[in-house]
Design a protein around this ligand. Structure first.
Ligand code: HEC
Ligand code: HEC
Ligand code: HEC
Ligand code: HEC
Ligand code: HEC
Length: 376
């Protein structure tokens, strides 16, 4: 009798192992590490490995800011920063970064376990962690590793809002989702995924009804992608007026391709419009205008560090002249000189980002340039 039960118990145990073989063995704290998903989703894994989502913990720019925030807040920063940068902590509680999975940043299994988001509440995500993956179709071929369930949320911008929208102290630090929500793109049903995760056919793979099978691009190219940046902004010289003592240049900067303000996200990023006048004898004068969000703390000091801004030290937004989606911003630059002969006017925009690395650096990407010659 005793023996029989033990054998039965073993048999049931064995059966359970058979039903979820890979998952039960490989999962860590209920959340599977990315190498498990990589076994079958190689293409997606390669794109993800290229994305900022896979570097959200290891990226030296984050690490420097996290270190500063951690020290400045006596450790309190871990309960703020990690909820977005290493969201598996919401399940594992590994706020002291002891586990390998925490260093993986924003992982496959995390994103595919999200059931709802609340960007402006303490609990940003509702999660259901299991071997059932939530994805855009819920379907596809059966596999011996996991079930899938269709999730409309994964096709909507509200999914991304869980992290790409951040208010602290009543100050909107990052408003990428709400900027999109108020834009013509939201009205037209063009989501974050529509621009950042375009469907790409898999060469040689057949899909339903003869259509090629597609994969959604998981590399999520953003501000670190020169291609994306160049698509987003157009600058044009509308008029050059040469007066007695001055040259007046009318310019236009258009946010033609971005689904939110430019710049968006972390407020230390700026867009700078430059205009330069070159005279026939090669004298150059240059002027610039910055498009940026500037936040002050309670003592009236401008917050310049990512760490201070993201900790929520801000108490007021003193400037926000960033360019809205679809907006054509008119600007005028006046140069007080009146050269003889031809002048050449050049206008361009740079995307400027001064990350606080241990060694201060500057990243500058030229986005768009235009030039005109004007005879006297
Ligand atoms: C044993 C192979 C295997 C492993 C391991 C695996 N998958 Fe899958 N997965 C599949 C197959 C097969 C499909 C269905 C075909 C497709 O959509 O690519 C699928 C589909 C999916 C879908 C699509 C659901 C939808 O709505 O279209 C998601 C999301 C997903 N997997 C996530 C994951 C994640 C996250 C992991 C790691 C925790 C993982 N998978 C591990 C084989 C696997
Ligand atoms: C769990 C939080 C989280 C979710 C959910 C999330 N993101 Fe992110 N995302 C981040 C973080 C954190 C970074 C920055 C990582 C870094 O640079 O250290 C980032 C970076 C990005 C970037 C690159 C930004 C750049 O400067 O190059 C893009 C684009 C992006 N996310 C788009 C999306 C989209 C679209 C979605 C929804 C499909 C989404 N994200 C969902 C947290 C998240
Ligand atoms: C930032 C969150 C996020 C991360 C991280 C992420 N995904 Fe996805 N994934 C999505 C979203 C959102 C979609 C749906 C895109 C759409 O419908 O436009 C998706 C779609 C999918 C699909 C189904 C469609 C397709 O492309 O075949 C699979 C399979 C999948 N992901 C697997 C993975 C795997 C494997 C990883 C890790 C290597 C991963 N995902 C990482 C958010 C994420
Ligand atoms: C109409 C297409 C479009 C839509 C819709 C869109 N984006 Fe973007 N996004 C872009 C382009 C183009 C860029 C590069 C220029 C820039 O920085 O704005 C970009 C940049 C970004 C960046 C990097 C910002 C930076 O300053 O480096 C993030 C993060 C991002 N998008 C997230 C999102 C999220 C989240 C959504 C949905 C709420 C979204 N995007 C909707 C086109 C789009
Ligand atoms: C609400 C979610 C959220 C919280 C909380 C959060 N971040 Fe982020 N963080 C993001 C997202 C999303 C991005 C990418 C923004 C973009 O590109 O538009 C980002 C980007 C950054 C960047 C720029 C990384 C790069 O490579 O350019 C730094 C630095 C950073 N965060 C530091 C912190 C620190 C330090 C904390 C805690 C004090 C923190 N963040 C809290 C979501 C968050």
């Amino acid at each position: 009798m005793y023996h029989k039960l033990a054998v039965m118990g073993l048999a049931i145990f064995g059966l359970a192992l058979l039903c979820q073989p890979v998952f039960a063995r490989d999962k860590a704290d209920g959340l599977a590490t990315v190498d498990i998903c990589d076994k079958c989703h190689k293409d997606i894994h390669a794109k993800w490995a290229d994305s900022m989502h896979s570097q959200s913990m290891t990226d030296p720019i984050f690490q420097t800011a996290y270190m500063q925030a951690y020290l400045a807040s006596g450790g309190a920063a871990k309960k703020i920063c990690l909820n977005c940068h290493a969201p598996t902590v919401l399940v594992t509680g590994d706020y002291d970064l002891k586990k390998e999975s925490t260093k993986e940043g924003i992982t496959c299994h995390f994103c595919h376990s999200v059931t709802d988001t609340h960007p402006d509440k303490g609990t940003r995500f509702d999660l259901k962690v299991s071997s059932t993956m939530r994805g855009p179709t819920g379907g596809g071929a059966k596999n011996d590793y996991h079930d899938s369930v269709a999730s409309q949320l994964h096709r909507n911008s509200e999914f991304c809002a869980g992290c790409h929208e951040y208010t602290a102290n009543g100050i909107k630090i990052m408003g990428t989702y709400s900027e999109w929500k108020d834009s013509p793109y939201a009205a037209k049903g063009i989501t974050c995924q529509g621009c950042h995760m375009p469907a790409e056919p898999i060469p040689g793979a057949g899909g339903e009804k003869g259509k090629p099978r597609v994969l959604f691009n998981h590399s999520l190219a953003g501000g670190h992608s020169i291609m994306q940046l160049r698509k987003a902004i157009n600058v044009s010289i509308k008029a050059i007026n040469r007066g007695k003592d001055r040259i007046t240049v009318d310019l236009e900067v258009e946010n033609s391709g971005s689904g939110h303000y430019v710049p968006t996200g972390i407020p230390t990023r700026k867009l700078v419009l430059y205009c330069q006048v070159r005279t026939a004898d090669n004298k150059i004068s240059k002027k610039s205008i910055s498009f940026e969000k500037i936040i002050f703390d309670h003592s009236g000091k401008e917050l310049l560090l990512d760490s201070e801004i993201m900790l929520g030290n801000g108490t007021q937004i003193v400037k926000d002249n960033r360019i809205a989606p679809g907006e054509k911003r008119k600007e005028q630059m006046v140069f007080y000189n009146s050269p003889v002969g031809n002048i050449t006017v050049t206008a361009w925009v740079d995307y400027l980002y001064q990350p606080q690395l241990v060694q201060p650096t500057e990243m500058r990407i030229e986005m768009n340039r235009t030039e005109q010659t004007s005879a006297p």
